[in-house]
Design a protein around this ligand. Structure first.
Ligand SMILES: [Zn+2]
Length: 134
């Protein structure tokens, strides 16, 4: 028995996933991908709406329990690797957007000012800051 998650490229009736249960995923997948209504009306509708349907995850030895758990969770994207990857990307984007130090040096993790201060401190130790006098 297999439980599987189909991921839609866009929302359909606020749904982005179809969670199914089958004893023969290969046959079922074909039915879905051909857009047969016997596959699932929701998946057929998604295809008719021009959405791309992708097999996101297959639990080859999943059972009814797992199917129920995923459906009950109301958050299928938690189980969907495609959505998780998307979220990760989103997160990374947000981090770089919120980054307040544009002078940061990614190689050392130190900002320019910090390096400059360090250089000055080292120079002061050597007594070579005279050029700063007017
Ligand atoms: Zn998804």
């Amino acid at each position: 028995m297999a439980v599987y998650i189909l991921h839609f490229s866009g929302k359909l009736y606020h749904a982005r996933h179809y969670v199914g249960f089958t004893d023969d995923f290969k046959r079922r997948e074909k039915e879905h991908m051909n857009g047969h209504a016997c596959g699932s009306p929701l998946v057929a509708a998604a295809k008719a709406a021009g959405l791309t349907v992708t097999v996101a995850k297959v639990y080859q030895d999943g059972g009814r329990e797992l199917e129920r758990k995923i459906k009950r969770g109301k958050n299928t994207s938690k189980y969907c690797p495609l959505c998780r990857a998307e979220k990760q990307k989103e997160k990374k984007k947000n981090v770089s957007r919120n980054h307040v130090s544009p002078a940061a040096n990614p190689a050392t993790g130190q900002c320019k000012e910090g390096l400059e201060a360090k250089r000055k401190a080292a120079a002061a130790e050597r007594g070579t800051v005279s050029h700063e006098r007017s």
